[in-house]
Write a protein that binds this ligand. Structure first.
Ligand SMILES: [Zn+2]
Length: 408
């Protein structure tokens, strides 16, 4: 296996179907002003890779347990078997119970579905979240508990091996890496309807720029926006308001690769895109964030507390993000890494992500998800094949189409 085959990289696209709030965790006493995570240099809001990884870890656990909950054996049945380590006992149990631990619908006779990765026999919901038992030895981890009686990361299942775990005798950094999700297209209300703004630099970084435009000179000093299609009948230029900023625009036929840009039911077309000058993008984005004012409720009277207004800002729905996902296939190291035991291969890990990403559409990411924040549709793009096994979105409420440019 060459070095190139060891790490596979995929593009992720996401579209916010709710405003997204991922807080910095900082607040001031008294009036709380909840600010969102921003890139320290560009000041642009983003979804940190760590938030994406933590949330996805949880969703893979949920998906896994919903698929195998009636198939997992009792831990004592595994422990009673012969083997030097729990890992060997798990392999032994799977060997002895081929019919209990398989996907009966598997039509190729060879069962390699990610949910039947051998180590999953000891998976628990506490494989997601923070580890409650990091001081345990790996072999004791599936049923060891902390002072409150909670189990921790099992250290054997596809969640623990894919996303990492750390135990007394082994730290495993995982096999899946997430970049931050950065803004690719940002929706802004204009007098011509909702437009999605971006910049040439972002389009280049996202590799969406067509070949003939790659070497073009940067004209961003002119402070002129570029529309890809005519936005007013018969006019090649004019003025457009982006939120409260009023700017000149011209029509330019720039070639973009938008073929991959179908996210859920939503497709972004050329006529919706406005390229804005680099120097203004951050300002326009930051002045068009969704700001909600809420009030703290007094728990005793049930009425609004005096002076307890607070504001939260969020990335508005309709925002389109891009980022990268890398899967490091370490299954070729089998044998060199005795202690860690069996490893899932990249196909299993990718399918685990594909099968569980639908939870982002219903449970969301970030804070205040019970108050109408956080839902996002994610797409994983792969040269070979996309997530075609992914579960269709049955809970689609029609909110995936952000057209209409509501500004709250
Ligand atoms: Zn686990």
């Amino acid at each position: 296996m060459s070095e190139n085959n060891l790490v596979k990289e995929f593009r992720i696209y996401g579209m916010a179907t709710d405003p997204i709030y991922i807080g910095t965790g900082g607040y001031t006493i008294g009036r709380v002003d909840n600010t969102i995570v921003r890139d320290p240099i560009t000041k642009l809001p983003k979804i940190p890779g760590s938030s994406l990884a933590g949330t996805w870890r949880y969703y893979v656990s949920l998906e896994l347990l919903s698929k195998i909950k009636d198939k997992q054996p009792k831990l004592k049945d595994i422990k009673n078997l012969n083997g030097a380590s729990l890992n060997e006992k798990i392999q032994e149990w799977v060997k002895q119970n081929p019919n209990n631990w398989s996907n009966k619908n598997s039509n190729n006779g060879f069962n390699n579905s990610w949910e039947y990765f051998n180590g999953n026999v000891v998976a628990k919901i506490t494989c997601a979240g923070q580890d409650n038992t990091p001081q345990e030895e790996l072999s004791n981890s599936p049923d060891a508990t902390n002072k409150e009686g909670k189990t921790g990361h099992c250290g054997h299942c596809i969640v623990c091996k894919g996303f990492g775990f750390s135990k007394k005798d082994l730290s495993w950094q995982g096999m899946i890496y997430f970049s931050d999700l950065n803004i690719l297209f940002f929706p802004v209300f204009t007098r011509f309807g909702t437009k999605w703004i971006t910049t040439k630099e972002i389009l280049k970084n996202a590799k969406l720029y067509g070949k003939n435009t790659e070497n073009e000179q940067d004209e961003s000093k002119d402070l002129v926006c570029i529309a890809l299609e005519k936005i007013e009948d018969g006019k090649e230029d004019g003025h457009i308001n982006l939120g409260w900023i009023y700017l000149p625009y011209k029509v330019e036929n720039i070639s973009l690769n938008l073929s991959e840009m179908k996210i859920g039911d939503f497709e972004i077309n050329r006529d919706k895109i406005v390229i804005v000058p680099e120097s203004l993008f951050s300002q326009i984005v930051n002045s068009n964030l969704e700001v909600r004012t809420s009030v703290s409720i007094d728990p005793i009277t049930g009425a609004a507390k005096e002076g307890a207004l607070f504001t939260s800002e969020a990335i508005p729905r309709g925002t389109i993000f891009y980022g990268d996902l890398r899967i490091h296939d370490k299954s070729a190291f089998k044998g060199l890494l005795d202690k860690v035991g069996d490893l899932p291969d990249y196909t299993m890990l990718k399918e685990a992500l594909c099968d569980s990403k639908h939870f982002f559409e219903t449970l969301g990411i970030g804070g205040m998800t019970t108050r109408g924040f956080g839902r996002i549709v994610l797409e994983i793009r792969d040269e070979d094949k996309n997530c075609e096994k992914a579960i269709p979105n049955q809970l689609n409420t029609g909110k995936t189409d952000p057209n209409g440019g509501e500004q709250k």
